[in-house]
Design a protein around this ligand. Structure first.
Ligand code: XUL
Ligand code: CO
Length: 444
């Protein structure tokens, strides 16, 4: 691409390509830690992170909240919804190019107007998809994943694939089939299911068994269709415990992995972990990532952060280095992201209304993860912490401990060993020592 924008209008004038200037730079519109071509742990930062921009937050979220009207006026808005969609696509690809990110992701309704009928929806979506393809080809930006928004339209108020009304379930297929077709057209690397309304508001009026079986059946049908039309990547389930429903079936990583296995979908499905969803489920971000990694199911990551004082999904741009370091430790230790990436399921605050704020937010989020990658690599390479962690389990690598871990002991034999041992010696977990070391790695 010879210029930094597509089409005939520049939507972010006065902001050029964002470059790496290093930690000494006082230019707010430059990366301090994200140096895309720098090699860390055998790969470029760009290839480790596979950053992706979320269309819905970055180009659709207008600052409205349950207590107030939109605060943002988008220069790509237009009376005609299709013209607005195409202008928004131009603005989005200008942004992707200027921020220097290789991937993006979207819901069908982020990119294209729903229209008043199924045929209008399909016509609009496929027209916009062709426009997105042109822009992908012109810029080299790729689709990390797409998904169907089957939670915003009032028709989904009782759920999507888990709706008690079959007519609505069939309507979900309209959006998911089209979204899979568009995924294949655009060369999408993953396909996401976030079950925003796949849950219940009240167990008194809900048959959980029917609903979850219908969900599994629907996911199986989507898998079969996707494979038939040539989608080869992983399908990703994005867990979230609640919001908008009181209880969501894909509660957390462990629940979702169990569900996927229960229904024989484990060869085709992986998990997309969102930081703020993990914390809503009462876990840390690293916990849910580790659950996925331990099960060979870590697909992709929605990188954001919540607010520890708030019990809802605040979807903030990540700035918390500790959380990001822990996350990157899991990513590096599990062999890295393959088809997945780090997408910013994060939005500007309602009162962040300058055009440059979108850039500043992404620069900060990308720098946070780049710094975290460097720190995680340092901690892993040094090996002190992993050495201490491994040493805690030494007793399972020889003698009776080894026989136990190889499944060679019966309960009677284990009992006899325990009886012989009597009272085991106390061994410190050394948590304080490890935490102190973490701070030393981070700040010295
Ligand atoms: C909502 C959420 C979604 C998914 C995609 O909490 O995270 O935006 O990432 O549907
Ligand atoms: Co998300």
């Amino acid at each position: 691409m010879t210029k930094a924008f597509i089409g005939d209008k520049e939507y972010f004038p006065g902001i050029g390509m964002i470059g790496f200037e290093g930690k000494g730079s006082d230019n707010p519109l430059a990366f301090k830690f994200y140096d895309p071509d720098k090699i860390v742990a055998g790969k470029t930062m760009r290839d480790h992170m596979r950053f992706a921009i979320a269309y819905w937050h970055s180009f659709c979220a207008d600052g409205a909240d349950p207590f107030g009207r939109p605060t943002m006026i988008f220069p790509w808005s237009d009376q005609d919804p299709m013209t607005a969609a195409l202008k928004k696509a131009d603005a989005a690809f200008e942004f992707f190019t200027k921020i220097g990110v290789d991937h993006y992701c979207f819901h069908d309704t982020d990119v294209s107007p729903e229209g008043d009928s199924v045929s209008e929806y399909e016509k609009n979506f496929h027209q916009v998809a062709l426009a997105l393809k042109e822009r992908q080809d012109a810029t080299g930006v790729k689709l990390l994943w797409n998904t169907a928004n089957v939670f915003s339209n009032p028709r989904y108020m009782n759920g999507a694939a888990t709706n008690p009304d079959f007519d609505v379930v069939s309507r979900v297929a309209v959006q998911v089939k089209n979204s899979l077709d568009v995924n294949v057209l655009l060369g999408g690397e993953n396909y996401v299911f976030w079950g925003g309304r796949e849950g219940y508001m009240d167990l008194w009026n809900t048959d959980m068994k029917i609903e979850t079986e219908n969900l599994a059946r629907f996911l199986t049908m989507a898998r079969d269709y996707g494979r038939k039309v040539g989608f080869t990547g992983p399908f990703l389930i994005e867990p979230k415990p609640m919001e908008p429903t009181k209880h969501q079936y894909d509660y957390d990583a462990a629940t979702s992995i169990g569900f996927v296995r229960q229904h024989g979908l484990e060869k085709d499905f992986k998990i997309n972990i969102e930081s703020n969803h993990a914390t809503l489920a009462g876990h840390t971000f690293a916990h849910d990532l580790q659950v996925c990694a331990d099960n060979g199911m870590l697909g992709s990551i929605d990188a954001n952060q919540g607010d520890y004082q708030n019990g809802w999904d605040t979807d903030e741009f990540p700035s918390n280095i500790y959380d990001a370091v822990e996350a990157m430790m899991v990513v590096l230790n599990s062999g890295g992201l393959t088809t997945g990436g780090l997408n910013f399921d994060a939005k500007l605050r309602r009162n962040s209304t300058d055009a440059e704020d979108l850039f500043l937010a992404h620069i900060g989020g990308m720098d946070t993860f780049a710094l975290a990658l460097t720190m995680a690599d340092k901690i892993i390479t040094d090996g002190k912490i992993s050495g201490m962690k491994d040493a805690r389990y030494d007793s399972f690598s020889s003698g009776n401990g080894l026989a136990f871990s190889q499944g060679k002991l019966s309960l009677e034999e284990l009992y006899a060993i325990g009886k012989d041992i009597g009272e085991p010696a106390k061994i410190s977990g050394k948590q304080e020592k490890i935490r102190n070391l973490v701070n030393q790695y981070l700040f010295s």
